[in-house]
Design a protein around this ligand. Structure first.
Ligand code: HEC
Length: 254
């Protein structure tokens, strides 16, 4: 267990068992740079600079790089920043999105090319990539590259999230790692919402979307996890993005 909060850094982690009383001492962040690591992703995402209102409607690839079917700044935000574009699936501004990992930087030092590469990753790559094409790929890549460049050069969130007030101060969150580091959890279910006492204290089942071929199971009472292996139709699926390297390996596309 440890104490975490805005303006703090994580206190040293200690092992504990249920029922034990612990005295945790919160640790003040030595500076803003240390504190901002714990800010909600949105505080970082707000550093993104979207094209100004006067850039719309877009004038296409030979004009300002914004597709001419993007009529307003609001539409740009909807399609390439917010709900319909990105945050409908995952948050933006967390460490994984605001920083470009070394595995990509070792392939290219150019941050626009790095964004181009990482967007095509994983089972959602085709979708992420096509939304960039729809609004004007180069311009959108430039916007994201500028954002992560400024962060890499030390720009920090401007606003400070407020500390918990009143009863919020008593919140204790329990977190379980219940799959493996190469997958992600998309959904979980503990009961049936039509009859929410079903399966009381029973296992919680997690769906990993397309990232693995098993269901992950957590028993919160015994503090144990397990797996239910699933049979998939095609154990060697074709990659979503037809990149030459993948093409050779799987022979799935021409
Ligand atoms: C259809 C759902 C979906 C949408 C929409 C989506 N993403 Fe993703 N994104 C994913 C998934 C799934 C992953 C990979 C998670 C994994 O494998 O760890 C991912 C990963 C990423 C990564 C890589 C993070 C890393 O670990 O390096 C970036 C960057 C990213 N998305 C940016 C975006 C941006 C920008 C948009 C909006 C244009 C967007 N995504 C829209 C599902 C989506």
């Amino acid at each position: 267990m440890w104490a975490r909060g805005y303006g703090l850094v994580d206190s040293p982690k200690v092992k504990a068992i249920p029922g034990q009383t612990l005295n945790l001492k919160a640790v003040l962040a030595p500076d803003k740079k240390a504190a901002v690591e714990y800010y909600p992703a949105l505080y970082w995402f707000s550093l993104l600079q979207v094209p100004s209102k006067s850039d719309f409607p877009g004038t296409g690839p030979n004009g300002n790089g914004i597709a001419s079917n993007v009529k307003s700044q609001g539409q740009w935000i909807r399609e390439i920043v917010n709900t319909d574009g990105c945050t409908g699936c995952h948050q933006m501004g967390d460490k994984a999105t605001r920083e470009i990992p070394n595995s990509i930087l070792s392939q290219t030092a150019d941050s626009k090319a790095a964004w181009d590469l990482r967007l095509q990753a994983c089972q959602a790559g085709a979708g992420m990539s096509s939304s960039f094409n729809r609004v004007g790929r180069k311009r959108a890549l430039a916007m994201y590259a500028d954002w992560s460049d400024r962060i890499a050069h030390g720009e920090l969130p401007v606003d400070v999230p407020s500390r918990p007030q009143g009863r919020e101060r008593n919140v204790v969150i329990t977190i379980w790692d219940w799959a493996d580091p190469k997958v992600y959890l998309h959904d979980d279910i503990a009961s049936d919402k039509r009859n929410p006492t079903v399966n009381a204290n029973g296992p919680i089942y997690g769906g990993l979307e397309d990232s693995a071929d098993y269901l992950t199971v957590l028993d919160p009472v015994r503090n144990a996890t397990s797996k239910v292996q699933m049979r998939v139709r095609d154990p060697q699926p074709a990659p979503q993005i037809r990149r030459p390297r993948l093409r050779l390996r799987t022979g799935a596309t021409k």
